[in-house]
Design a protein around this ligand. Structure first.
Ligand code: ZN
Length: 207
């Protein structure tokens, strides 16, 4: 996930799968080029150039409407999201890292790695099934629509870098987790640690 959320001119994120965002450097560039305008900034993240300093944007809006093709690219993550992170053989729920993709029509029989032939499966079920086509998944695989996956995605936690995103992403608030950016120049993290760091700096300055 980037540092800066990018909205379309309608005020909605350009994309949700994943949320459209930019790395802070690209966001700054886009502001300079005038392709986006700044809606919110990090109030604790300032960057400097020889001639000026400014706060890194946290939310920007495109100046011209960006036409988007609502297309779901094939990936394991999208397959598991479609299948609700459930093994389509035993029905149990798993973290995506414990799910595999099973070819419903086995590879050896010409089955392809596409949405319409692949389901989520836990490893034990996957090896138990092998090439036995008599064992069929609980739900037949299909190509999911963008809107369907988008609403499914919003049922799971999203990790965002700044609170200003909350108003735009349309996520249930209890499923939003904010994690501050790390290892970026000019960023002063909030919290106790930051207070301590600041105290040390002040001491050093005074001494
Ligand atoms: Zn299973």
């Amino acid at each position: 996930m980037g540092h800066t959320l990018v909205l379309n001119t309608d005020g909605l994120p350009i994309g949700v799968l994943p949320l459209s965002s930019l790395h802070w450097q690209d966001a700054v560039k886009a502001v300079y080029l005038g392709t986006v305008s700044v809606l919110h900034t990090y109030d604790n993240w300032k960057i400097h150039s020889p001639s000026c300093e400014f706060f890194v944007p946290s939310v920007v809006m495109a100046r011209e409407y960006v036409k988007v093709r609502r297309f779901v690219g094939f990936s394991p993550e999208m397959v598991h999201l479609r299948d609700g992170y459930r093994c389509q053989y035993c029905g149990d729920r798993f973290h995506s890292s414990h799910l595999t993709m099973d070819h419903v029509m086995p590879k050896s029989m010409g089955g392809k790695l596409v949405f319409s032939n692949v389901v989520s499966s836990c490893s034990p079920c996957n090896s138990r099934r092998g090439n036995d086509v008599r064992i069929q998944p609980r739900n037949a695989p299909y190509r999911p629509a963008y809107g369907e996956l988008m609403s499914k995605r919003r049922k799971y936690t999203v990790v965002i870098p700044h609170v200003s995103w909350v108003d735009y992403i349309g996520w249930p608030e209890e499923l939003v987790r904010i994690e501050q950016p790390t290892d970026v120049p000019g960023y002063i993290p909030y919290g106790e640690e930051a207070a301590n760091e600041l105290a040390v700096l002040l001491q050093q300055a005074a001494g």
